[in-house]
Ligand binder design. Structure first.
Ligand code: A3P
Length: 949
């Protein structure tokens, strides 16, 4: 309506101004203006010069002029009226009528059409069962791992190779070429299925000894080699490749790549079409050969612009396979690196072929395209009926190539019918076609869930949207939802998970944020509170990408992504792809329709990938079937990711304490951890977590089921106070500055080091060690005292000597008793994640005998201030037999009777057995302690080793 008012206001202005020649003249084109002044000026001047004399001719002239003048005025009025009528008609038709032809007249139609130029597009890919199977018996003798020789740790192609392997979840080891070879075998198995040389030259010029060793390995285990020609400074023409009947030309510019359709290497890659145009780079190498061991895999033409020629040039071999007929080793040589997209596919095929199928990636891919919110969008950017038509038509066409394909439409009911009249018709048309799409719910008003700290309010918002769906006939049963702006999914906002379950019974969602947005190749899934969180991929279309000519980098950039670039590769590398697009990508130039139809056609053209689609729930189930190891989440620290900070629960700020613990006392059990915990808690600057109702002072978060309760649960043990952090300096001195957590079972928990490091990478670790034999005995007494039936039915000796054929409960008890004492093994696991300098080892015997000194050392290590002198706070209690906390001159407070228990000494036989049992572990511990630096070797360790040897 605003436009109309605007125009109606202008009409009187124009009419009025027409009474004044000057003002109307100023609105006419300059030529017309000039003529007008001349003709009128002459007439007026003539009348004045004759001083109003009355003669006929003058009268006739005057009358004529008068008539002419009024005719002229009327014509002007008519023209102005005509212009106005036409203008309003156009506005009316474009706003209120579904008339694309008319709209086309006034608006440039820029909508790009999806790619269709591909020779093989209409031929369906051949059945994968036989044609693309590289598997042979030989694969059973090698591990599915790649050994990559790089030039330096930072070299570009080496990094690209590693990235592609990571993306495809292929295990690999990187070695700098030129150094000695790593161990290649493991018992009777080859450790690597394929050897890759970032620079083929490094393979050719390897020293004789290593080359013989490597070639021998390759022959014995049927392991193949991939080598990339590296750009050479001098241009070689027909130079022989050292040791091979093979000749190369280097530093070429090439164009128009195609593939050898009969190559046995092709599996993922489909031959048949030509990648037209210049190939990236000016340093391509091509191979010339005349031995039957060689078979071309890829060809290209010389770039005729650079090398003008009159005749047709024969194709040049840019990727070559060596069947190994000459020396029994199969190889694939690449004439250039991975800058050319087709090489990325061929590289995966080379790994598959040369490893006899051990490194074959699946050919099945699933794809789901979400439309963020089909009703949220500014007027003028929303879907009109013809956009909805196009959406349905494209879905049909994609569905012909991708079985099961349906656009997945998100909705926030509040914004329904918020567009122009025509856009509202678009909304209605969507609702008339609900059964054609799958649907998922957002929040009613597209609000970010992490902003809610009240479950009822959050649920009410979801209920509003659910009521809207019921009223409008939108299906409710997808079990899928997406949170606006990824809010609250990861880092997990527990209220969102609860509300999703209660209102919608959500079973699956997706986000780009776990563990982080970038790098995309590391995005993963997890399951939290029974909701599968799937990784979502990026397709390059955002809310503001509505017009092709405004796409960042222009149309070429989008086409590059589709035609072998980022988007294409994303689908090639990810077995399950969920993309998020926005409603605005389906209006205007309909870029999403263009993008997905094009990329799917391009995939069809160049790969043997079988693309299918399914509703989100099936996708989720499939994802975790493929990656069961991802089910468990690994919680990171939201404060370490700027994006995470913005979508984290509102009541948790990174600038307000509590922070997470600064150090962890990780055990092991029965070494004096409670005494240490108590002593630390006496310090005014140190505070532990709040007690847990189940495990008292211990939270036991990182090792057991508590981990699944999430980060909010963990953080609730470190109560908020009002001290704030500014530039990492605490602004309130009365608050404890050092939060710590003690859970003695962390020490030997399999997953604990990784989980702890993910959340607390800069935490310090405190470990207490005593004789592992004594520890085992103390632990046995501990579980006995707690009424453990097995421990009460079997003597300590029987427990530690229980054989592997003993009843399971007894074996379990034996393991739990003995395993934590393998100190070196467990410490190594921690040190795989934490730096040596983050670890502090306390001699548990010293903690008993001289706790004040132990506490002094510990404070210095933790950099706790002020240093508290524990000698005046701890006193030896002869009755307890241990140091206790000083209360006053006469009273002290000791640990409870479960700490420092009275029990008979260990029998000699058990002692001997345990000393032998722990011998190798203790020896490894001495080695480790020495490696860790200046730590004195504890007396008990020296004694144990000397008694056994
Ligand atoms: P025992 O009860 O077998 O003697 P934890 O707290 O890790 O479970 O370790 C318990 C052990 O701490 C006790 O084992 C005891 O030997 C030791 N300890 C060390 N200092 C202590 C202290 N000041 N008071 C009580 N026990 C102490």
């Amino acid at each position: 309506m605003a436009t109309h008012n605007h125009h109606t206001e202008r009409i009187p202005m124009l009419m009025k101004s027409s009474t004044s020649n000057e003002s109307l003249l100023s609105q006419l084109p300059s030529q017309q203006h000039k003529n007008y002044v001349m003709s009128n000026g002459n007439n007026i001047n003539g009348i004045i010069s004759n001083n109003y004399a009355i003669n006929n001719s003058h009268f006739i002239t005057r009358c004529f002029c008068h008539v002419m003048k009024s005719v002229q005025r009327n014509i002007q009025k008519c023209v102005a009226a005509l212009v106005l009528i036409s203008f309003f008609s156009i506005i009316f038709f474009t706003q209120y009528m579904d008339s694309p032809a008319l709209v086309g007249l006034i608006r440039r139609d820029t909508k790009p059409m999806p790619l269709i130029h591909c020779q093989t597009l209409n031929k369906s890919p051949s059945d994968s069962s036989n044609t693309h199977d590289h598997r042979s018996e030989a694969r059973l003798r090698i591990d599915p791992k790649v050994l990559v020789f790089v030039e330096t740790t930072y070299s570009k192609l080496g990094r690209e190779i590693a990235e592609e392997l990571v993306y495809n979840r292929i295990k690999y080891k990187v070695e700098v070429a030129g150094k000695s070879l790593p161990v290649l075998t493991n018992l009777d198995k080859g450790r690597y299925g394929v050897i890759v040389f970032e620079n083929l030259d490094k393979y050719l010029t390897m020293d004789k000894w290593n080359r013989e060793l490597l070639d021998k390995y390759c022959r014995e285990y049927s392991v193949g080699i991939v080598g990339f020609m590296s750009p050479s400074e001098e241009t070689l023409v027909g130079a022989q490749l050292k040791g091979f009947p093979l000749f190369i030309h280097t530093n070429l510019r090439l164009r128009d790549a195609s593939l050898n359709p009969s190559s046995p290497v092709l599996r993922l890659t489909r031959a048949g079409d030509t990648a037209w145009g210049a190939l990236p780079g000016s340093d391509w190498a091509v191979f010339q050969h005349n031995d039957s061991t060689y078979e071309p895999l890829e060809f290209a033409q010389k770039n005729t612009l650079d090398y003008p020629t009159d005749g047709i040039q024969p194709p040049l071999t840019t990727v070559l396979q060596d069947h190994g007929k000459l020396d029994g080793i199969q190889r694939i040589f690449f004439g250039a690196g991975l800058k050319f997209w087709l090489h990325r596919l061929l590289f995966l095929d080379a790994l598959s072929y040369l490893s006899h199928g051990q490194l074959s990636v699946s050919l099945n891919r699933m794809i789901l395209v979400d439309i963020d919110d089909i009703f949220v969008g500014e007027r003028g950017t929303r879907l009109k009926p013809d956009d909805v038509h196009a959406l349905i038509a494209t879905q049909k066409r994609i569905g012909d190539l991708v079985p099961g394909f349906r656009f997945n439409l998100g909705f926030s009911g509040k914004y329904f019918h918020h567009g122009t009249k025509e856009e509202n018709l678009g909304d209605d048309m969507l609702l008339r076609n609900t059964d054609k799409f799958t649907w998922f719910s957002h929040m009613w008003n597209h609000q970010q869930p992490h902003l809610y700290d009240n479950l009822t309010l959050l649920m009410n918002d979801m209920i509003l949207n659910k009521d809207f769906a019921i009223a409008r006939g939108i299906p409710l049963d997808s079990g899928y939802s997406v949170s606006p702006h990824h809010s609250g999914v990861y880092p997990a906002h527990e209220l969102l998970y609860q509300a999703w379950k209660k209102v919608w019974n959500i079973k699956v969602t997706s986000t780009e944020e776990y563990p982080h947005l970038r790098p995309a190749r590391l995005r993963r899934g997890f399951i939290h509170r029974n909701i599968m969180v799937l990784p979502r991929q990026t397709c390059g279309l955002f809310t503001h990408t509505m017009y092709i000519d405004r796409y960042p980098g222009g149309r070429d950039k989008l086409d590059e992504s589709i035609q072998g670039g980022e988007l294409f590769q994303t689908i090639v590398y990810n077995p399950i792809n969920i993309f998020m697009t926005h409603m605005s990508n389906y209006g205007s130039d309909r870029l999403a329709l263009y993008t997905f139809e094009s990329v799917i056609k391009f995939l069809r053209c160049w790969t043997n990938i079988k693309l299918t689609s399914a509703p989100p729930l099936q996708l989720g189930e499939q994802y975790f079937k493929l990656h069961p190891e991802e089910s468990d989440p690994i919680w990171g620290n939201p404060c370490e990711d700027e994006r995470h900070k913005k979508i984290w629960s509102r009541n948790k700020s990174c600038n307000v304490l509590p922070s997470l613990p600064k150090f962890l006392v990780i055990g092991p059990q029965k070494t004096g951890t409670t005494a240490l915990y108590t002593f630390l808690s006496m310090h005014p600057s140190v505070a532990s977590n709040l007690p847990s109702p189940d495990t008292f002072e211990e939270i036991q978060f990182f090792n057991g089921n508590n981990y699944y309760r999430g980060l909010d649960w963990y953080m609730s043990f470190f109560p908020s106070n009002n001290a704030t952090l500014t530039n990492n300096v605490i602004q309130s001195s009365s608050n404890p500055r050092y939060f710590f957590e003690k859970s003695a079972t962390y020490f030997d928990g399999e997953l604990v080091p990784k989980r702890a490091h993910q959340l607390l990478p800069s935490a310090k670790l405190v470990v207490i060690l005593i004789s592992p034999a004594k520890r085992a005995y103390s632990w046995y007494q501990h579980v006995r005292a707690h009424g453990d039936i097995i421990a009460n039915n079997y003597s300590f000796y029987q427990v530690i000597t229980a054989s592997d054929s003993a009843p399971k409960p007894l074996r379990d008890l034996r393991n739990r008793c003995l395993n934590p004492g393998k100190y070196a093994q467990h410490l190594e696991k921690w040190l795989a994640f934490y730096a040596n300098q983050q670890l502090h080892i306390i001699d548990g015997e010293q903690l008993k005998l001289n706790p004040a000194e132990v506490m002094n050392d510990l404070q210095r290590f933790l950099k706790i201030t002020p240093i508290m002198d524990y000698s005046s706070h701890l006193r030896y209690d002869p009755k307890k037999g241990f140091f206790c906390q000083v209360i006053n001159e006469t009273r002290s407070k000791c640990l409870g009777k479960s700490k420092g228990r009275n029990y008979p000494p260990m029998d000699e036989k058990s002692m001997k057995i345990l000393q032998r049992y722990y011998l190798s572990h203790n020896t490894a511990l001495v080695k480790l302690l020495k490696k860790l630096g200046s730590r004195p070797i504890p007396l008990w360790l020296k004694n144990e080793l000397s008694t056994t040897t």
